[in-house]
Design a protein around this ligand. Structure first.
Ligand SMILES: [Zn+2]
Length: 467
């Protein structure tokens, strides 16, 4: 048996791990490298292993850094099944179509600029919507906890990973000449206490563990602090007739916020205030959440709540906005209101229009509820910029910008340590993946202090024999 690391090794995007076992090649995730640097582009264009020789893909969840290279894999000759949970399959279809749309429009923009300059430089999109269509035909869905055979010697099953709807931890069991060997890949792990998801259970008898380390050195604020903050912000918006703008990721974050607000209104903790979810992608994904309300991704508390109160994503205060006209009409409507819109880092999408129209008012509140990468508009707002450029025009910022550190779909340092120290027995070998070097090294140091050995911190293209 061998495991090779072709992404998500010493970095947080491009998750791709190739397991070779008893003549089978199984790819664990096939994510896109994100970021504008040439290095990411080059890594996306290259496939450092033979795509056609891969027998199957086991996909942990629908985030693009885990599934976004699947259409490329298919373009390069992969024809096997892509196995995941039903919810992941549905959400991945939306995420990949959106990703193809971005690739196509980026390439178009690039080519237009270079044509205008008179140079010959042109790029092709990484993949198109047609490539996504071809890729989606290969998807096969599986239930959590259900074993499925990959060959007479290799089988697998998914466990809930508690990260986003449909997210799975993958267990691969291999009959080797030396006996049974179990490989666990956590995918992205959720928190022990989350708003919607059931926390991941700690696996038994893992021989080899691949674990994410995104927040190997950070502790999140507890989720229950959210309600207090929202109560204050909503009260102010009502008093000032202001708008609350929440740039939000379409998957999970939007649904979490809608759920919290809905619960608070039903319990009388905040007055009714119109809420608009203004992002077609978020609207489509929320429909998938509603279809899977009884699924095992959700915590028992959330499922009980939904069983008693009805679908928590459908309530009278929330309007889901698809059309552009309706989105634009929100500009002329007076506050108070809450607008949730993508993208989460204010790098594109309808949120840009809402910011453009409202940043100059001191009654506007911008709530940043997700990670804001260096160089994004979200980060500039977070850092207190007094002027920002949107669509090339400068806008003064009078709005109040507030960051909430309570929302995260990822396990923090303490969640990861609880998961790892709960493993019995300890794995023969543990691979720390999906984390920037500083976060990963900090977690490794902690584990070493607790007596862990055989910890590996793989780099891009490293591979290891599993004895
Ligand atoms: Zn993820």
């Amino acid at each position: 048996m061998r495991i090779g690391f072709y992404g998500g090794a010493g970095e947080v995007t491009g998750s791709r791990h190739l397991l070779e076992a008893e003549g089978l090649k199984v790819l664990l995730d096939c994510g896109l490298f994100q970021g504008h640097r040439k290095e990411s582009l080059d890594k996306n264009r290259a496939c450092p292993f033979d795509a056609a020789s891969v027998d199957a893909v086991l996909l942990s969840h629908a985030h693009v850094d885990h599934c976004g290279s699947l259409p490329l894999l298919v373009k390069k000759g992969f024809r096997g099944p892509i196995r995941c949970t039903a919810a992941t399959r549905e959400i991945t279809a939306i995420m990949l179509m959106d990703s193809a749309h971005l690739q196509e429009s980026d390439a178009q923009f690039f080519n237009k600029i270079h044509a205008r300059r008179g140079d010959a430089e042109r790029i092709e999109p990484l993949y198109t919507k047609d490539d996504v269509e071809a890729c989606l035909k290969l998807f096969v869905s599986h239930q959590y906890e259900e074993w499925a055979a990959l060959s007479d010697k290799v089988r697998f099953r998914f466990h809930n990973a508690g990260h986003v709807l449909g997210s799975a931890m993958t267990e691969v069991e291999v009959k080797t000449a030396k006996g049974l060997r179990r490989v666990f890949f956590t995918g992205d792990l959720g928190r022990r206490k989350a708003l919607l998801m059931d926390p991941p259970r700690v696996p038994k008898n893992a021989d080899y563990l691949l674990i994410e380390t995104t927040y190997g050195d950070r502790v999140h604020e507890p989720v229950d602090r959210v309600e207090g903050i929202l109560k204050t912000v909503v009260a102010r918006a009502i008093a000032e007739k202001g708008k609350i703008l929440i740039p939000s990721f379409a998957l999970e974050r939007t649904q979490e916020i809608v759920f919290v607000l809905e619960k608070m209104v039903r319990r009388g903790q905040i007055p009714k205030i119109p809420i608009f979810v203004d992002s077609p992608m978020a609207v489509n994904i929320t429909e998938i959440f509603s279809r899977h309300l009884d699924g095992f991704s959700f915590s028992p508390e959330f499922r009980d709540y939904a069983a008693q109160e009805g679908d928590p994503f459908v309530f009278q205060n929330v309007r889901y906005v698809r059309g552009v006209e309706e989105s634009q009409s929100l500009n002329d409507m007076p506050g108070p209101m809450i607008i949730l819109s993508a993208s989460g880092m204010c790098e594109g999408g309808r949120i840009l229009h809402h910011l453009r129209n409202n940043l100059d008012k001191d009654t506007t509140r911008v709530l940043l509820v997700g990670y804001q990468a260096q160089g994004t508009l979200g980060r500039r707002l977070q850092e207190g910029a007094k002027k920002v450029k949107i669509f090339g025009l400068e806008h003064p910022v009078w709005a109040h910008v507030q960051t909430l550190h309570t929302f995260s779909a990822h396990a923090d340092r303490d969640d990861l340590m609880a998961f790892l120290t709960g493993l019995a027995p300890r794995p023969r070998r543990t691979f720390l993946v999906h984390g920037d070097p500083a976060e990963r090294d900090a977690l490794a140091a902690r584990l070493k202090a607790e007596g862990w050995d055989r910890l590996e911190r793989p780099e891009y293209k490293d591979s290891f024999e599993l004895e």
